[in-house]
Design a protein around this ligand. Structure first.
Ligand code: C5P
Length: 255
């Protein structure tokens, strides 16, 4: 660890999973523990950075000396990132953002008996069965819609920015962007695809089917995919070690 090598840098880290409400007591979520993102945030703090940690609901203590923004949904996470990213040097998106959310969360708890309260309906149609709330045959369907893709939105924002417009606008500060890929199959080809699609500087891919890697584990086995097409195969390491390796790469990109 090179102490102080992130001094004067502002970094944003996202962590944990998002929770997308179905009704006031239920949500669509995932198994993210937040451990990787919290390790990345504390490592950046220890190396001197000003750290904003945008976190989904997790059962980890708030790290000392880090600016914590608590969110629940992907939309809230998007808003928190967009509100803080303008003067940041790096964004590390380790959060497991839900790709979909229930289209019409119910304002009341959904009952298991059809007709008692069919609630996942568009506004003004409470109590009517719609394609969103199909309880026929005792089953129940929830209509899901796509969430905003935070990294993809940032990529298109950067692509839309003028490169050097005769000094009229100050050139936007370069933002190093790091994404994560939690894959269960075809780790390498999916990761390469994601790196290009989201225009990332670095993509950290882990095989979440391994017991020493991914959700809830204290260690991680990752591959780094770089924008120049190269790949690094890192050994199984504590998540703090993976965090240190990520910041080493980000620092060389910032130099
Ligand atoms: O496409 P996929 O969800 O696998 O991409 C994972 C990467 O993209 C992660 O870095 C995650 O934080 C980010 N992501 C995002 N917005 C989403 C979904 C994922 O920024 N809606």
């Amino acid at each position: 660890r090179r102490s102080g090598d992130l001094a004067g840098r502002r970094v944003i880290v996202t962590a944990g999973g998002t929770q997308e409400p179905i009704d006031p007591v239920r949500y669509v979520g995932n198994h993210s523990s937040g451990k990787m993102g919290y390790a990345i945030a504390t490592e950046a703090r220890d190396r001197g950075a000003d750290v904003v940690l945008v976190t989904g609901p997790v059962s980890l203590p708030a790290p000392y000396g880090v600016d914590l923004i608590r969110v629940e949904t992907a939309s809230q996470m998007r808003d928190a990132v967009m509100a803080t990213v303008h003067d940041a040097d790096a964004l590390v998106m380790s959060a497991a953002v839900a790709d979909f959310r229930p289209a019409h969360p119910s304002p009341q708890k959904i009952k298991k008996h059809a007709g008692e309260h069919l609630a996942i309906t568009p506004p003004g149609q409470q109590g009517q069965a719609t394609p969103d709330a199909d309880t026929s045959g005792g089953g129940f369907s929830i209509h899901l819609v796509r969430n905003p893709d935070i990294l993809a939105e940032l990529a298109s924002l950067q692509a839309a920015q003028p490169r050097s417009n005769a000094g009229e606008q100050p050139r936007p500060r370069r933002l190093v962007r790091v994404g994560f890929a939690a894959e269960t199959e075809n780790v390498i080809s999916n990761a390469r695809d994601k790196l290009v699609r989201k225009r990332l500087d670095l993509l950290v891919a882990n095989d979440v089917m391994r017991s020493d890697s991914g959700f809830g584990a204290d260690t991680n086995k990752v591959y780094f995919f770089h924008a120049d097409g190269s790949m690094e195969d890192l050994p199984v390491m504590p998540k703090a070690g993976v965090a240190a390796a990520i910041w080493d790469r980000v620092i060389s990109l910032l130099a």
